[in-house]
Design a protein around this ligand. Structure first.
Ligand code: CO
Length: 209
């Protein structure tokens, strides 16, 4: 993609939007009230808004390598804090994707320098679910399952935050684990049984009264 082309595309987009609604950008500048916080992978093939059919103002987005919610990452923690406490989103989505390079890298025994501590979070997911994963003979299926389990574990990391637990106590808020299937373009709801997981997790991680 040529950089100059980006500015041409932008100017075409502005004209298109204004043709449909001359006040579009005036209204957009008034503020945001998104209902969804989306935490996804930085992968260039997984475009958050486009796959959901969402427009500007509808989704608060955070992306990083392999859609992680590490407990000590101030970046994602700030995003969750702001989205849940101040924007008051009703849904937190963690969306992974099959053929995720980050997850693949975590499955290889290799020194990847600065990426090591980040990938260790995914390796921890592998360790937590090692007996299930090691029982899957087919390497691609094992890789796909690790993508799903990683989404599940990152959803649990969301639930572990005090801000999410406070919101859960005070209003309706839910967390969703999804996978984007690059092969078909479909979003898959993993339908994780959060009630069960919550009960287990909250025994140990309960922060809010
Ligand atoms: Co990825």
């Amino acid at each position: 993609m040529k950089i100059d082309q980006i500015f041409q595309n932008n100017s075409d987009w502005v004209s298109k939007r204004l043709n449909l609604d001359k006040d579009y950008f005036v209204n957009l500048s008034k503020g945001q009230k998104p209902e969804v916080l989306y935490i996804g992978c930085s992968d260039s093939r997984v475009t958050a808004e486009e796959v959901m059919g969402a427009g500007p103002g509808e989704v608060f987005v955070h992306r990083n390598i392999a859609n992680m919610v590490p407990n000590t990452d101030l970046n994602v923690a700030s995003v969750i804090e702001y989205a849940v406490k101040y924007l008051k989103v009703n849904h937190v989505v963690v969306c992974g994707h099959y053929f995720c390079g980050g997850v693949k890298a975590a499955m290889q025994p290799a020194d990847l320098g600065l990426l090591n501590p980040w990938l260790a979070n995914i390796r921890d997911v592998y360790r937590t679910h090692q007996s299930e994963l090691d029982a899957i003979q087919d390497e691609e299926k094992r890789y796909m399952r690790l993508v799903e389990l990683n989404v599940q574990e990152q959803c649990i990391n969301v639930v572990k935050t005090a801000v999410y637990q406070e919101a859960m106590r005070d209003r309706e808020i839910s967390v969703h684990g999804w996978v984007f299937d690059i092969h078909s373009g479909s979003l898959i709801d993993l339908k994780i049984d959060f009630k069960k997981i919550l009960d287990e997790v909250m025994d140990i991680y309960k922060l809010a009264e």
